[in-house]
Design a protein around this ligand. Structure first.
Ligand SMILES: C[S@@+](CC[C@H](N)C(=O)[O-])C[C@H]1O[C@@H](n2cnc3c(N)ncnc32)[C@H](O)[C@@H]1O
Length: 297
């Protein structure tokens, strides 16, 4: 068999301005702002080119199509200015779903996937249970649970109309039927009770420099938990007992250095601590609580 080598796509070592070279140059610059500079560079170039990352990785010798290099340089400048990759791409993978994200919503974090796993494990014994995602943002927790357990009825609440619009759009795009409600925590829920309430509240201390640093692109309302970071958690602990069904559970995510305080607060509010968990990095990250049932007389 005669193979014409001039027509194959073998890499050309003398070539310096192909996709691979754009990625390498960008990765060097991104090392100043990103923990994963090469991955960021590949994803930004894929975004600018409108192709998958695997195409960028598979064909480093190819020239960027017309217009792609200019679009790449524009998104690279945003990333170098510290804008999160997820906002630039407009998407974030969470649990087993892909979510649209905008600056109206917190970018869902991997540690919150642990809270979803715990909620699913608790819900396994009750396939038709009712779930409330309090402070839903992009809809991450609500939609991950609904996708994994379609028979569960899920309500997603947020005080931000902008966030709820994103959560509703994500639900539609994923074909998942959840109820989205604008509410100040439980205020809009009347006397409704739920088997499971999952909440990733704002818990960063107002004085934390991250709020004006790495986190400055994300909504302040989603992050700022007041002086000790526990303002929202106090409200949720106060109001939750009136909205938990008998035997229901409340899952609350918190900062890595807040577990002792949250456990103490929860005990003071009459909760039993079912479990206190760490995230995948080994940091204390959330608690599972139940209201003390009255002892039989
Ligand atoms: C840390 S973010 C969590 C977003 C999402 N659940 C996640 O895990 O990615 C906290 C969310 O609580 C919402 N929030 C803040 N104050 C609220 C309030 N008073 N009532 C309801 N939601 C509130 C914010 O808008 C934000 O979407």
């Amino acid at each position: 068999m005669n193979i014409d080598r001039s027509r194959t796509h073998a890499p050309r070592p003398d070539k310096t301005d192909g996709l691979g070279s754009l990625v390498a140059d960008a990765a060097r610059a991104l090392a100043a702002v990103s923990a994963a500079p090469r991955l960021d560079a590949e994803l930004l170039l894929a975004h600018a080119a409108g192709v998958s990352r695997s195409r960028i990785v598979a064909f480093p010798e190819r020239d960027p199509p017309a217009g792609v290099e200019a679009r790449f340089r524009a998104v690279l400048a945003r990333r170098l200015d510290g804008e999160p990759l997820a906002y630039i791409r407009g998407r974030k993978d969470f649990h087993a779903i892909s979510l649209r994200v905008t600056p109206d919503v917190l970018i869902p974090r991997p540690e919150t996937e642990c809270l979803v796993d715990e909620a699913l494990a608790i819900g396994d014994s009750r396939p038709d249970c009712s779930v409330l995602d309090l402070g839903t943002g992009s809809g991450a927790i609500a939609l991950a649970i609904k996708r994994a357990r379609p028979s569960v009825s899920v309500t997603a609440v947020d005080a931000s109309a902008g966030a709820l619009a994103v959560a509703s759009a994500n639900a539609r795009a994923l074909g998942l039927d959840i109820r989205c409600l604008e509410s100040d925590w439980f205020a809009g829920l009347g006397a409704e009770r739920f088997d499971l309430v999952a909440c990733n509240p704002p818990y960063v201390r107002s004085s934390d420099p991250c709020l004006d640093g790495d986190l400055r692109h994300e909504p302040r309302r989603a992050l700022d938990g007041g002086g000790d970071g526990l303002d929202a958690i106090r409200v949720v602990l106060t109001e939750a007992p009136a909205h938990l069904a008998a035997g229901g559970a409340l899952l609350i995510e918190h900062g890595h250095d807040q577990q002792t305080d949250v456990v103490a607060l929860a005990s003071g509010f009459g909760f039993r601590i079912v479990t206190a968990r760490r995230d995948l990095s080994g940091l204390p990250r959330f608690v599972v609580l139940q209201v003390h049932e009255p002892r039989p007389q």
